[in-house]
Design a protein around this ligand. Structure first.
Ligand code: FES
Length: 717
């Protein structure tokens, strides 16, 4: 459906903008002048008009105006910052309004997407500190919670540890408190030995299939006979136990993943029941993913002999063995960053391992004050207040720090370990003999589960795409599935708990609502056009996994996952993907009407270069009046067709400017733009139009850089 009858509100911004040379924008338009559209009356009037049909609001920058009108489908024309403040004639504003009106004419009726919250309950995946904290908070808000934990007991990695850094708070204090709270809560259903098989549906109405072990231990007097007869031995982070073992809280538990179902335990205790895994279906309006992390497998670092020499262990194993009294070494070498920040193993810093290695150094001195400890490090990264902890451990007698990554760990015939390293501060080779070598390894996430939930992971780290700035704006993607705790990225237990509280708030917000609205524009697929090419490139192009093939080989968009970046639009060779408000049809119409002979069209990313253009206006930094600026969601949205249309309309150059590499709001849009527009640029070179297209990275504050580029483009052509 094409909208007719476009209302153009022309706001003078309280007299800052003068009269236009013409107010004739076509018979289907109504031109309304207002002194100040941002008064309560003005806002009400514009909102009422936008509820009935297309509205163009010409006045201040959309970066200012959007605060008054939220996500209403209003087309903005930036006359104040990018015409008046820039010192350009108001003829330019007329062109910009014409282009925007043409875009409004080509706009399809916006669709309001509301997803009813049918399931008023939550699911938490992961029963560590973060998962238990989130479960308690959501339950306290009055919503039923299902807590799903893969392991036989709650507690996660913290539950394996004796103490936490920096004060040495016993991990047991933390875990017991949490487990008691969660298991005593009638509003929380706990499934241990349980795994998520699949998850379907959408925010407000997710359906999960779980695989849950039916093995259980009933009334247990903790006599331990079941474990005595169990033939299966499991290495549980450095401590051997049986497949049925004491799980704390006065009871033995079954490790269903390790159990071979031989039934020996049932012969000695009638309260033990060993059974197969069963499927359970759970409904949830929203979920928290708190799957935690696991230590990097150090067997990959061949030169350190992990898994070969019994005295070499990772930090979790070391802590468990020392505190269980299994070892009491006199001389310990701790290798910090073992395998971390290393292209061969883990390229990233796990953030917590330096602090863990300090904790282990302190632990061994607590247990054996005469012990000699060496910490071999490449950098000690003790962020924030933890610097004090570093200082305290460094000042302990018998704890020595040596800068340099060890090259090799060997075992002598007498069983002692030899650590070969270079002391880079002294510039000399060193060999340290030790009883025990502790590898302070980094941590890795549970990637398989992320895939089942449709959460995209960073290609290099495997952690969810989480630390990008888009997470400042959307607390989850898919909507209603919120990350919390160390599974999002490694962090201290206290930070995981804090994050869990915020995740719980997000979930409660969903569950309290009758429905959830999709606020951003969404891509729609024209099935007929798509079928004509059927390239399927958009499936892999979407950074959020929002596009997929259905069973009939048809491309479909999961609207609740779409973030409105338009990268798929830029990728689609057929033009079948159409982002609402930024479809190819709308943008081509806008370009055609906006661009005049000799102009430079600047397609500026709304997150970076567009604010820089506003800043140029505010700071009166000059750039040519024939620069026509259009705001785009991301450089990844720009197609060769848009460039071609601008040149065909008379533009002498096209600038596409956006976020710096790695800073794209949508993760990869600028990389896609670079590849795609690189080819377009080469084509234009061959066509005798060298330099007609430029792709540049411009930060929000880099108005000087932006205007320099625009002046260069104007002068060169
Ligand atoms: Fe700015 Fe992608 S969001 S280039």
């Amino acid at each position: 459906m094409i909208y007719l009858g476009i209302k153009i509100f022309f706001c003078t911004c309280d007299g800052q903008i003068g009269a236009l040379p013409t107010t004739d924008f076509g018979e289907d338009t109504e031109f309304i002048v207002r002194e100040k559209a941002c008064t309560p009356e003005g806002i009400g009037e514009v909102k009422a008009a936008a509820a009935q049909g297309p509205v163009v609001l010409a006045g201040c920058s959309p970066m200012v105006a959007e605060r008054f009108f939220g996500n209403l489908p209003i087309e903005y024309v930036n006359v104040r910052e990018q015409v008046v403040f820039a010192g350009h004639p108001l003829d330019k504003a007329v062109d910009l309004i014409r282009g925007t009106v043409a875009k409004a004419r080509a706009t399809l009726a916006p669709v309001l997407r509301e997803m009813p919250v049918a399931a008023k309950s939550a699911m938490i995946i992961g029963g560590g500190i973060a998962g238990m904290e989130a479960a308690s908070r959501i339950s306290a808000a009055g919503f039923p919670v299902t807590l799903v934990e893969k392991a036989p007991v709650l507690g996660g990695i913290v539950g394996k540890l004796d103490r936490l850094y920096p004060e040495g708070t016993p991990g047991s204090h933390t875990v017991y408190h949490y487990v008691n709270r969660v298991t005593a809560d009638p509003n929380i259903t706990v499934f241990t030995n349980a795994e998520l098989e699949s998850m379907g549906g959408q925010v407000g109405d997710y359906g999960a299939k779980l695989k849950v072990s039916s093995s259980s231990v009933g009334d247990c007097d903790a006599c331990g006979k079941c474990a005595e007869v169990c033939p299966i031995t499991v290495d549980d982070y450095g401590i051997e136990r049986k497949a049925i073992f004491y799980g704390g809280f006065g009871s033995y538990v079954v490790d269903a993943a390790a159990c071979n179902e031989c039934g020996e335990c049932m012969k000695v205790c009638e309260n033990v029941k060993i059974g197969a895994f069963e499927e359970k279906e759970i409904k949830a309006g929203a979920a928290v993913v708190a799957t935690g992390l696991k230590p990097f497998d150090a067997t990959a670092i061949k030169e350190y002999g992990y898994g070969v020499y019994p005295g070499v262990m990772n930090s979790i194993e070391f802590e468990r063995r020392v505190t269980a009294g299994l070892i009491k070494p006199d001389k310990v070498v701790i290798i910090a960053c073992a395998g971390s920040r290393d292209r061969n193993y883990l390229e990233y810093c796990s953030q917590v391992c330096c602090l863990i290695c300090l904790k282990e150094a302190k632990l061994i001195k607590d247990v054996n004050p005469d012990a000699e400890v060496w910490v071999d490090y490449i950098d000690m990264r003790c962020y924030g207040v933890f610097e004090n902890f570093y200082t305290a451990v460094r000042e302990k007698a018998g704890v020595n720090f040596m800068a340099g990554r060890p090259s090799q760990v060997l075992q002598r015939e007498d069983g002692k370990l030899v650590v070969r390293a270079e002391n880079i501060l002294l510039g000399s080779s060193v060999e340290v003999v030790a009883d025990t070598v502790v590898l302070s390894v980094g941590f890795v996430p549970e990637t398989e589960l992320l895939g089942k939930l449709g959460i995209t992971a960073n290609e290099q780290t495997g952690f969810p795409t989480y630390l990008t700035d888009s997470s400042l704006f959307a607390d989850s993607n898919p909507k209603g599935i919120v990350l919390a705790g160390a599974g999002a990225y490694p962090k201290a237990a206290v930070e995981a708990a804090r994050e869990a509280r915020s995740a719980a708030n997000s979930v409660v917000n969903v569950l309290m609502a009758d429905s959830v609205q999709v606020e951003n524009a969404v891509t729609q697929i024209n099935a007929d056009i798509c079928a004509s090419l059927n390239c399927q490139l958009c499936v892999s192009a979407c950074p959020y996994g929002a596009i997929s093939l259905n069973g009939e080989d048809k491309i479909v968009v999961a609207e609740e996952r779409c973030m409105g970046c338009g990268i798929c639009n830029g990728t689609c060779g057929a033009g079948a993907n159409q982002l609402e408000g930024q479809s190819e049809r709308e943008l081509l119409a806008a370009i055609t009407e906006t661009v005049r002979e000799g102009d430079v069209l600047a397609l500026l990313c709304r997150w970076s270069a567009y604010p820089a253009a506003d800043l140029a206006g505010w700071s009166k930094t000059a750039y040519p009046a024939n620069t026509k600026i259009m705001r785009i969601p991301c450089t990844g949205r720009v197609t060769g067709g848009m460039v071609e249309q601008a040149l065909a309309s008379g533009a002498k150059g096209v600038l596409v400017a956006g976020c710096y590499p790695d800073a794209c709001h949508f993760c990869v849009g600028n990389f896609k733009a670079k590849n795609r527009l690189g080819l377009v640029g080469k084509y234009l070179d061959q066509m005798g139009l060298p330099g007609a297209l430029r792709l540049e990275w411009v930060g929000t504050k880099e108005s000087g850089k932006l205007t320099e580029i625009l002046n260069e483009m104007a002068g060169r052509m």
